[in-house]
Design a protein around this ligand. Structure first.
Ligand code: ADP
Ligand code: ADP
Length: 218
């Protein structure tokens, strides 16, 4: 499946800044693509266009996904809801049985290593744990396309290493199409099946590197 296809995409903001120029990119199911490059080269813009949060100026963007999830740099949780209820929220929007929603949310929290923390509210959790709730919430809907804007950027290094391992496990299990911004080249190589290198102003993709040894497909 060609889950995400960008063809000749450019983006110019109202301010006149051209953030992206002539970007061609295909991300399929089972591709976990990291995006690295200096600040201002258009990584976040690329992600926002892929998510539909923003529109391209020229070129075409095709998304063949039933659902898309977006994970921001900071965990964006509802403070008045418990961890479990934050994850359940996604199911509430799409309907279905309450018991099933709860079971799926519980499974997602288990997957990110938060068994036992279901009833805690966000402020009772550490930064790493909040990010894990955020990721559980993003993945509970079984998205075909998951977009990550530097989700581990604010974490301390130990938590970050832990989260890299967790995310890799989740990806192997779920086989979605992933686009993952990071400032860490080692994180990109460790996590991904491909690393995109962006550069310049306006930003362009200057390299698209397959990482064949990252992990065997099941
Ligand atoms: P990166 O994520 O690689 O740091 P961005 O995609 O955030 O880069 O930004 C790319 C360029 O577009 C930068 O020059 C930035 O200042 C500009 N830019 C980003 N968002 C906007 C916006 N909403 N309005 C105007 N310029 C923007
Ligand atoms: P941090 O983000 O602070 O580096 P982690 O998210 O990796 O930490 O959590 C480290 C461990 O600390 C967790 O596995 C958990 O056992 C414990 N912990 C952190 N916050 C809490 C809390 N609010 N209540 C109970 N245990 C916690």
């Amino acid at each position: 499946t060609r889950t995400l296809v960008l063809d000749g995409v450019s983006k110019q903001f109202d301010t006149g800044t051209v953030a992206l120029e002539d970007v061609d990119l295909t991300v399929g199911a089972g591709d976990f693509v990291s995006v690295v490059g200096p600040s201002g080269c258009g990584k976040s813009t690329l992600l926002r266009l892929a998510s539909g949060l923003d529109a391209a100026t020229t070129g075409s963007i095709e998304v063949n996904a039933h659902s898309t999830s977006y994970v921001f740099q900071e965990a964006t949780l509802l403070e008045w809801r418990s961890a479990l209820k934050n994850v359940e929220l996604v199911g509430e929007l799409s309907g279905g049985l309450r018991s099933e929603r709860r079971a799926k949310a519980q499974e997602a929290l288990d997957l990110v290593g938060l068994t036992g923390f279901e009833k805690q509210h966000p402020r009772q959790l550490s930064g790493g744990m909040r990010m894990r709730v955020s990721i559980a919430r993003a993945l509970v809907a079984d998205p075909d396309l998951a977009l990550f804007d530097e989700p581990f950027g604010a974490l301390d290094e130990i938590t970050r290493l832990h989260m890299q391992t967790e995310l890799q496990k989740l990806f192997r299990l779920k086989e979605f199409a992933g686009l993952f911004i990071t400032h860490s080249v080692s994180e990109a190589v460790y996590l991904s099946t491909r690393v995109l290198v962006m550069s310049g102003r306006p930003g362009r993709i200057v390299a698209d590197i397959p990482i064949p040894w990252s992990y065997p497909r099941p």
